[in-house]
Design a protein around this ligand. Structure first.
Ligand SMILES: NC(=O)c1ccc[n+]([C@@H]2O[C@H](COP(=O)([O-])OP(=O)(O)OC[C@H]3O[C@@H](n4cnc5c(N)ncnc54)[C@H](OP(=O)(O)O)[C@@H]3O)[C@@H](O)[C@H]2O)c1
Length: 250
């Protein structure tokens, strides 16, 4: 790609959020709306919370039931977002599935499903969104939601950690490929309470808290401002992984 520019990239105005139905994704959708931008969010199930946002803001929110592993449905959703909300210039690749099984007890099918959902699907979504941006002559911003599991070894998260590490690597290469037309970064949270992490018991939560220098667990409210910065502020951050874990991994 030869097109470079030394002007800042505008704040995102239309952002696609995968997995925007609950947990961190829903909090990101709410924040994008509060920022005044438009948002197109999908998950396999549209929750009442996401539907309520769409009903209350029909001009600014598109919500739909789409499986991230269905590339055709995802491409159709991105096109619909463009038609309904305007050219897309932001993406938060947030949808993922969790894992809680030792590698030797994880079936080949589970490993494939983790890779399809957490690595192949976000790569295809980024490809689709960036191709649309370029077709519309837009510059933009892409945020990958990865995990501290990509940087440190955690028992029970072998395939999951591999997908998040793969996404961090892809993020860096993509940032270089896009050559200033698209800023691409990752946010890597530590453990936070959600449906995905509900498998952890109180003893494990206490251990994580004890090992976290800030003395408290991460909450979606701690991660949302970092995503906001990457979507809307002029920081010139590019190709970086920003870890939000209270210092647990240092
Ligand atoms: N919770 C943690 O401790 C933690 C720590 C580090 C990183 N993360 C990362 O943070 C992000 C958000 O996690 P969370 O804890 O908020 O998880 P969550 O509450 O389980 O939410 C996951 C979201 O992704 C959607 N999703 C999952 N599979 C999908 C598919 N095939 N197609 C479309 N949507 C799909 C879910 O909706 P449907 O199920 O209806 O499709 C939901 O909206 C993930 O990338 C996760 O890996 C989480």
């Amino acid at each position: 790609m030869s097109d470079t520019t030394n002007t800042p990239i505008e704040p995102a105005s239309v952002v696609v959020v995968s997995g925007g139905s609950r947990g961190l994704g829903l909090a990101i959708v709410e924040d994008i709306l509060a920022q005044g931008a438009k948002v197109a969010a999908f998950a396999r199930t549209v929750t009442p919370e996401l539907q309520a946002l769409a009903d209350a803001n029909p001009e600014r929110v598109l919500a739909a039931s789409v499986d991230a592993t269905d590339a055709k449905a995802v491409a159709a959703f991105v096109k619909e977002a463009e038609t309904r909300l305007g050219p897309v210039d932001g993406l938060v690749n947030n949808a993922a599935m969790g894992q809680d099984s030792l590698h030797i007890h994880t079936s080949p099918e589970q490993i494939s499903a983790l890779i399809e959902t957490n690595l192949v699907a976000p790569l295809l979504l980024a490809r689709t969104v960036i191709r649309r941006m370029m077709a519309k002559g837009k510059r933009g911003r892409v945020v990958m939601v990865t995990s501290v599991c990509a940087q440190r070894g955690y028992s029970g998260l072998v395939a999951y950690g591999a997908t998040k590490g793969g996404l961090d690597s892809a993020m860096r290469a993509l940032a270089r490929e896009m050559h200033g037309r698209v800023l691409v970064n990752s946010v890597a949270p530590g453990f936070f309470a959600s449906e995905m992490s509900s498998v952890l018991g109180q003893t494990q939560l206490d251990t994580i808290t004890r090992r976290t220098p800030s003395g408290r667990l991460v909450e979606p409210e701690n991660i949302v401002p970092v995503v906001n910065m990457l979507l809307f502020q002029d920081t010139n951050l590019n190709g970086q992984v920003i870890t939000v874990d209270g210092g647990n991994s240092i």
